[in-house]
Write a protein that binds this ligand. Structure first.
Ligand SMILES: NC(=O)c1ccc[n+]([C@@H]2O[C@H](COP(=O)([O-])OP(=O)(O)OC[C@H]3O[C@@H](n4cnc5c(N)ncnc54)[C@H](OP(=O)(O)O)[C@@H]3O)[C@@H](O)[C@H]2O)c1
Length: 238
């Protein structure tokens, strides 16, 4: 299991290095982004944000294993513990298996209070145990709001596979749309900008509860559409 994770980290380091071959296109003032979970999603988005000129701290419970990944990303990337990444980031990305949310809530709720938190997590039966049951009963928007209480939560990057994000970032001829949802207007603006900087077009579907419209298993999940197409599919006014 652990060697599997390590070999995926080597693959991510190679992907991250490939992302950096393309010229940077910073579109906004650089932000400091703390990433909790440096696997498929955290590693891919971290690489795209470094490419856009942001300062990124990638974290996991084993930060020493992240050296290859951050070295591949260059000087704007660094590795740390989750607690260091939370302190570092103006904006945080949560990219850990959903079963870790109760533990994160217990350990870090005070640390992320008031921060913009982009929640990329999805719950699956095979991986996430009891929390999956909670999501089935209450919906993932409510469960994320509960475990990420105190943060200004925006759900984003939940609705497609990380390989699609890596392949489609900054694509020519109609960017891939990323549905986002949250209750705080400023947090939605920051998250939307980071979606753009990663090479996609955000489609704001509404308050956090509306993230159910692109949750795993919903009709809005797994789509590779442009923003006008996704807006029409989800009934979002533009
Ligand atoms: N994979 C996708 O295509 C995809 C797409 C959309 C959304 N998502 C969602 O995004 C989340 C991450 O998925 P992933 O595929 O990127 O997972 P992953 O590749 O397995 O990576 C998970 C990362 O989280 C860290 N981690 C695990 N438990 C932790 C804890 N308690 N505290 C801090 N860090 C912890 C792991 O490192 P350590 O074990 O070293 O701590 C690892 O860096 C999941 O909720 C998933 O459903 C995934």
């Amino acid at each position: 299991m652990r060697s599997d994770l390590l070999s995926r980290r080597a693959l991510l380091a190679a992907t991250a290095a490939a992302i950096l071959i393309h010229p940077a296109r910073a579109e906004t003032r650089p932000m400091r982004i703390g990433i909790i979970g440096a696997g498929n999603i955290g590693g891919t988005l971290g690489g795209l944000w470094v490419k856009a000129g942001h300062e990124v701290m990638l974290s996991s419970r084993h930060p020493e294993d992240l050296k290859g990944l951050v070295d591949g990303l260059g000087p704007k990337a660094r590795a740390g513990t989750p607690s260091e990444a939370i302190a570092f980031g103006d904006v945080l990305l949560i990219a850990v298996p959903y079963k870790a949310y109760p533990q994160l809530a217990q350990d870090y709720a005070n640390a992320w209070k008031g921060k913009v938190v982009i929640d990329a997590g999805n719950a699956t039966q095979a991986r996430d145990g009891d929390v999956y049951g909670e999501v089935l009963a209450n919906g993932i928007a409510a469960v994320s709001a509960k475990y990420l209480a105190g943060a200004r939560v925006v759900r984003a990057f939940n609705a497609a596979n990380y390989k699609l994000f890596a392949r489609n970032a900054h694509r020519e001829g109609g960017r891939m749309a990323i549905p986002i949802a949250g209750d705080d207007a400023d947090a939605l603006a920051s998250a939307g900008q980071l979606v753009r900087d990663a090479g996609f077009d955000p489609v704001t579907v509404g308050p956090l509860a509306k993230s159910e419209s692109f949750a795993m298993g919903s009709p809005g999940f797994g789509l590779d559409l442009t923003a006008p197409e996704l807006s029409a599919r989800l009934g979002v006014a533009r």
